[in-house]
Design a protein around this ligand. Structure first.
Ligand SMILES: [Zn+2]
Length: 256
């Protein structure tokens, strides 16, 4: 069975800091392959408390779309759990170059636990077991950031992670299922870190017309507006299926 499980739907600082939503990121299972994407603060706890429990030692890899804390806070402990305390050298760590450079989010001694490190670059293809994916071009975010197109069956999935909106963005993602990190309800001119708003989501999916759009990674303005209400309004307006992820939500890819 292939599935995506949302172990957190918090985005940006305040929702994470106050844990108004969990910030664990996403577990992706395809065939026999398990990949953890963006293990933010609480990822390990959320895995172990998940029902049924998700066992980090069954992970084949961990992927960081970028180094910001809400995407990487638990990366070290998740690597340790994947490698059974570092005793079993295994797994692949995918992350952009700057996640390892100055101010590395991965501790040096923990780096030694993984079997392989794959540095993410723009417009490049990667494979881990049954999961094949490609990065799109670099996002406009303060640190090196990449979204992905997962060429997996039975449905292709795109992950549109944090970015400032730019005109080419809708052309970069083609998944039948589109997971979009939408921090803001409305655009804000002086956003110091650059995030997508619901207006940007409307522009993207109007053009790409995914079979299913899943909103996640909510900032405070989205939480206050109730993400499920915002999703339902957009669904009605565009006639496209749009849902808001909730903590612990599991999407069976065969059932979409
Ligand atoms: Zn970010």
């Amino acid at each position: 069975m292939s599935f995506i499980k949302f172990l957190g739907t918090a985005g940006a600082r305040f929702v994470v800091m106050k844990q108004l939503r969990a910030s664990g990121g996403v577990w992706l299972s395809v065939g026999k392959t398990n990949l953890y994407i963006d293990p933010g603060p609480g990822a390990l706890v959320r895995c172990l408390n998940s029902k049924p429990r998700l066992e980090p030692s069954t992970l084949d890899g961990i992927l960081l779309t970028h180094k910001h804390l809400d995407h990487s806070g638990d990366v070290n402990v998740m690597i340790e759990a994947m490698t059974e305390g570092g005793f079993k050298k295994r797994g692949v760590l995918f992350a952009p170059r700057d996640a390892f450079e100055e101010d590395s989010v991965v501790l040096k001694y923990v780096m030694g636990y993984v079997e392989k490190v794959e540095v993410l670059k723009e417009d490049s293809e990667y494979r881990i077991g049954d999961v094949q994916f490609s990065t799109a071009r670099r996002h406009q975010h303060r640190v090196e950031t990449y979204g992905m197109n997962f060429e997996i069956s039975p449905h292709t999935v795109s992950l549109v992670t944090d970015t400032k909106f730019f005109p080419e963005l809708p052309n970069l993602y083609r998944g039948e299922i589109m997971v979009i990190h939408v921090v803001r309800l409305k655009p804000i001119g002086d956003d110091p870190i650059d995030h997508l708003s619901m207006e940007d989501v409307r522009t993207i999916i109007k053009k790409t017309k995914p079979k299913l759009t899943i909103l996640t990674h909510f900032g405070m303005t989205m939480i206050k507006a109730k993400p499920w209400v915002v999703a339902a309004e957009l669904e009605k307006e565009l006639g496209l299926k749009v849902i808001a992820a909730s903590d612990g939500m599991k999407l069976d890819l065969e059932e979409v």
